[in-house]
Design a protein around this ligand. Structure first.
Ligand code: UDP
Length: 365
């Protein structure tokens, strides 16, 4: 059996690692990767291949992430370059992950060619179609032949949308497979100590969603939050390339650089970032995956969004949505989280490090 996994972005690489490992450990399975090139540089791509023991992709589509390219152009470009690859390779399954442009483009091409699509991280819904990811999730799930779900809400959403029960598999979370696998290495690397920080002495910040970082007003609002948080605690902020570029374009980078108590970093490798997450007092983010990682690590998380497609992180986990903040309303919330005891939270079902094995069992039946 031949399983081809399509990857394009940072979170895809991380989730592909346990999948590829589980697939290639099985007799009679050939597992390979196709990289679309959506994230392609050293910090957003190569470092993950090196740290996560991912094999060199069998194909690199070289699509790139140009700011002049629209999402539609990028989707079309990936589709055009992927079609001949899938026509030649004809895998038994194309495995697509998450909700990025590459995921949708891959599912569309495979479905057109009659190649079965396995969607890892299926069923998540924010209910907000302004998010390009939400459109991707809905379309990919409607095309997929096997849907691997991370939390009960995903099963409920898919059933409500009329997806046949036999296609839906509540297997858990491959992101947590990666986390449990790499956490000991992250602890040994001690990035926190190397940066002169210690456990529980800083707030970790990550922001990259267009709704937060694509306008000058939005970024100015965030900088006020950063300044107010930094009056209480050191703020560690690995800047996503999109966010850095927008700060630069709007002339806000020097203002940010001058804020005291803010440690600006380049995007971190996975091992380094895991240690920063694990030891943080509080995480403030708009990421999808980081809501889940903080839940597993039992680190309090404030998500600067009005919706989440990962509701279990708010009902069982440590996550709290925090959309309409002002520096004034944020200050007491952050102060109370910084001073609170570790959250009385639970780890969601099947977030146990065995998800990729379960997916491999089902795909190879
Ligand atoms: N991450 C990383 N380095 C960083 C920031 C994030 O390795 O500097 C990891 C993080 O642990 C998580 C994933 O990247 O697993 C989240 O990626 P991102 O927030 O870009 O995407 P999303 O989850 O929102 O799709």
């Amino acid at each position: 059996m031949y399983l081809l996994t399509l990857v394009g972005t940072r979170p895809n690489f991380i989730k592909a690692a346990p999948l590829h490992r589980a697939f290639s450990a099985r007799a009679g399975i050939r597992s390979a990767l196709v990289h679309t090139g959506q994230h392609h540089d050293q910090q957003m791509s190569e470092v993950f291949f090196a740290q996560l023991n991912l094999p060199k992709p069998a194909y690199h589509l070289g699509v790139g992430n140009s700011s002049v390219q629209t999402v539609t152009q990028q989707t079309a470009e990936i589709m055009c370059r992927l079609e001949p690859v899938l026509t030649t390779e004809r895998p038994d399954w194309l495995v697509v992950i998450g909700d990025v442009t590459s995921t949708l483009a891959g599912a569309l091409v495979a479905a057109r060619l009659g190649i079965r699509v396995a969607h890892v991280e299926a069923g998540l819904r924010s209910g907000d179609r302004q998010m390009p990811e939400e459109i991707n999730r809905i379309l990919v799930d409607s095309l997929a032949d096997a849907l691997f779900v991370t939390e009960q809400s995903g099963v409920d959403n898919l059933q409500r949308e009329g997806i046949a029960d036999h296609k839906i598999h509540f297997t858990g979370n491959v992101l947590i497979d990666a986390l449990t696998d790499f956490l000991p290495r992250a602890t040994a690397r001690n990035t926190v100590g190397r940066l002169g920080l210690s456990k529980g002495s800083y707030v970790l910040l990550t922001l990259h969603r267009p709704a937060n970082v694509d306008t000058k007003a939005g970024l100015q609002h965030l900088l006020q939050l950063v300044a107010s948080t930094a009056r209480q605690c050191v703020v560690v902020w690995p800047l996503h390339p999109r966010t850095r570029a927008n700060l630069q374009t709007f002339g806000l980078l020097s203002q940010l650089n001058s804020l005291p108590n803010v440690l600006l970093l380049e995007p971190q490798g996975y091992i380094e970032f895991l240690n920063l997450l694990d030891q943080a007092d509080l995480v403030i983010t708009d990421s999808g995956g980081i809501q889940e990682e903080t839940t597993w690590l039992r680190v309090p998380c404030l998500t600067l969004r009005s919706t989440t497609e990962r509701p279990v992180t708010t009902t069982l986990g440590t996550n709290q949505l925090f959309p309409d903040f002002t520096p004034e309303t944020a200050e007491p919330v952050i102060a109370s989280l910084l001073n609170s005891q570790p959250a009385d939270s639970q780890i969601p079902p099947h977030w146990d490090g065995q998800t990729a094995q379960r997916i491999a069992n089902i795909l190879t039946q």
